[in-house]
Design a protein around this ligand. Structure first.
Ligand SMILES: Cc1cc2nc3c(=O)[nH]c(=O)nc-3n(C[C@H](O)[C@H](O)[C@H](O)COP(=O)(O)OP(=O)(O)OC[C@H]3O[C@@H](n4cnc5c(N)ncnc54)[C@H](O)[C@@H]3O)c2cc1C
Length: 337
């Protein structure tokens, strides 16, 4: 049976470390427990939100409803052949522990996504990605409970409509489904993706390229660049990298010859938001309790005691100054609540 906590602080449930309260907080360990709760909760008509590791949310005020936290756990092998293994994983499992488990078993596909905070159930929502890999590459399907109908639904990879830091669960199904299980297909053959960023360089430090060393190299790079939420509150990249029309990028190149441009197709170009924010003068800047990280301008940090509104105000100022300087809109990646 579940226990409902009242006026519960979310400070330890969001990596920004924002000190807000939720009216009610509840953890559930099975799909049945979740359904039972939803039946009783429905009569109250209060807002409801699921939270995983809280590493992609910014709370701007107290939450006047129910925050739910999945403790549905466990990895189940559902089938395997000579090439692949299929794993069904509980939404409440820790993402990086799952990556570690796969690496230790010699299964390829998620090693580049090492050390991303959060839970397994949340990884599909924004299609987490790093070092040239997106989680959509290894998800085959996921299972949800639809909040309004309590219907259990299976979404295939295609039905999730994955895109860059995006899926159907960030759009039309936002807040409508709770993800309970995710099924992954991993490779037993040792096929690695090493082209992205400085991963190849970092791997030169190792005698051989294998799964364990790739994981360690990714961890080393991330630890050298990104603040650890355990010590400095943050939610990783606060903004998405904008994709702009090639004409705009060409024009900008005349004034900023070093602007990094990554072709998505002949018409569309992705520009790193961190570069734009840095050039707009924000890198390392601190305003009150909020800062822009001095190694990665894409990361906003809580210098201690920041409120969610303070973080949001700075984020909006950054958006405005990037728009004024480059004519580019940068969209927030973090879910503002
Ligand atoms: C230091 C740091 C580095 C990061 N690096 C990366 C990176 O390299 N790449 C990347 O893509 N992301 C990165 N992130 C962002 C974040 O870790 C991911 O988006 C992660 O998947 C969020 O998981 P979470 O469990 O913490 O989600 P939460 O923040 O708890 O929730 C995110 C959203 O999902 C919803 N949600 C939570 N659980 C469920 C559920 N079971 N069913 C339905 N909806 C649910 C919430 O309501 C919320 O809207 C980073 C964050 C930090 C702090």
């Amino acid at each position: 049976m579940f226990e409902i906590k009242e006026n519960f602080s979310l400070k330890n449930y969001n990596t920004f470390g924002i000190d807000v309260k939720t009216k009610y907080f509840l953890e559930y360990s099975s799909v049945n427990e979740l359904s039972n709760f939803l039946v009783t909760q429905r009569k109250q008509n209060l807002p409801l939100m699921n939270i995983g590791g809280g590493s992609n949310v910014l709370f701007t005020k107290d939450f006047e409803g129910y925050i739910l936290h999945s403790k549905i756990k466990g990895v189940e092998i559902i089938k395997e052949d000579d090439d692949n293994i299929y794993l069904r994983v509980g939404a409440g499992d820790d993402w990086d522990e799952f990556v570690d488990y796969c690496v230790k078993n010699g299964w390829c596909g998620v090693e580049n996504l090492s050390l991303i905070p959060g839970n397994v159930g949340t990884c599909p929502i924004q299609n987490i990605g790093a070092y040239g890999v997106e989680v959509k590459d290894v998800i085959t399907e996921l299972e949800t409970t639809e909040i309004d109908t309590l219907k259990k639904t299976v979404f295939t990879n295609k039905e999730c409509q994955f895109a860059y830091r995006d899926s159907i669960f960030k759009r039309e199904f936002k807040g409508k489904h709770i993800i309970n299980y995710v099924t992954f297909c991993l490779n037993k053959k040792q096929i690695f993706k090493l082209d992205y960023g400085n991963l190849k360089n970092e791997l030169k430090e190792y005698e051989q390229v294998n799964l364990q060393n790739i994981r360690q190299a990714v961890i080393n790079i991330r630890e050298s660049k990104l603040p650890d939420p355990e010590t400095i509150g943050n939610a990783g990249s606060f903004f998405k990298n904008p994709v702009v029309h090639a004409d705009l990028a060409e024009n900008l190149k005349k004034s900023y010859v070093d602007i990094p441009c990554y072709f998505q197709n002949t018409d569309l170009i992705k520009i790193p938001a961190g570069w734009l924010i840095e050039k707009a003068g924000w890198k390392g800047k601190n305003i009150g309790n909020v800062g822009v990280h001095n190694k990665q301008a894409l990361v906003l940090i809580n210098n201690g005691g920041a409120t969610g509104m303070e973080v949001l105000d700075i984020a909006k100022e950054i958006q405005k100054s990037v728009k004024d300087k480059f004519g580019i809109d940068i969209e927030m990646e973090v879910n503002v609540v």
